[in-house]
Design a protein around this ligand. Sequence first.
Ligand code: GLY
Length: 334
Amino acid sequence: MKRRNFLKNASLTGVGLAVGNTLVNCTEKTSEEKKAATTRAKTALPLVIATWKAKNATAKAWDVLQAGGNALDAVEQGCMIEEANEKGQSVGKGGLPDRDGNVTLDACVMNKEGNCGSVVYLQNITHAISVARKVMEDTPHVMLAGKGAEQFAVSIGLKQENLLTEASKKAWEQWKIKSEYKPIINIENHDTIGMLAIDKNGDLSGGCTTSGLAYKMAGRVGDSPIIGSGLFVDNEIGAAVATGLGEEVVKTVGSFLIVELMRQGKSPQEACEEAINRIVSKPNSNYKNFQVGYIAVNKQGETGYYSIHKGFSMTRFQEEQNENIQSDYYNKDN
Ligand code: GLY
């Protein structure tokens, strides 16, 4: 490789040049890099992070971790808090329906062994995350959809219930008056809940769960149940999870991309920023009209988070502190 290209590549992957035993940075640190370094400083384990304002969910996951539970138990039980919260209209019970009035859920989990399970277009079952876990643990498959997923949920003892609450029905009836379908940049400041945890053994797991886009076409599935897009976990490297307009996440296989960038030496913050860049820098990207946000953690417990627009946040429970932190974002004009 020519020296000039080597220097360019070294700087792109965040790799410094080793001189003797000293690591020398190729360039002065920008303010963004300084911020990333601050983000990196906190590494205590265990930890749990989640998309958006999800302090109740991270608190539950933290309790599981403190009690010696593993990261998979923590993310499942943390996500269940939001699924059961009828006031949250983008996850589980109370989720906004598709344009025909049906609430359909997508969810997935991935564990430290790289095993995964997911459900798509699941109806009448609140805890999609638990069904996804059981798909991983109790079936030879990775993904179950629709009626089959619902039948499986019933077979493992989950109860069927109407997920369309009065509040969500009212919102849908209001929407039907104009029936205008356009993705909203931040759906009531909350969307998919994605959660990543590292337990006391240093092992990683992740999960995400959503009712998807409000008033979507019947049958529409987003990124959240698609392993590699909505979620990816590699216990050697780290994990990432997405929120926002799933179509754009799927087109760039965002979560897998972030983990692979971390494998190449990027910090979680740098990797999230690069994944957002991939979306906004596509030819003819209309990113001004939609939101995507990512959170990530590496094996050392360093975290990162970044979104296209203002308004995204991450909740992190680490070192006895449960905090919601506004994300930095790409489109500073909005
Ligand atoms: N990120 C959730 C969805 O697009 O369905």
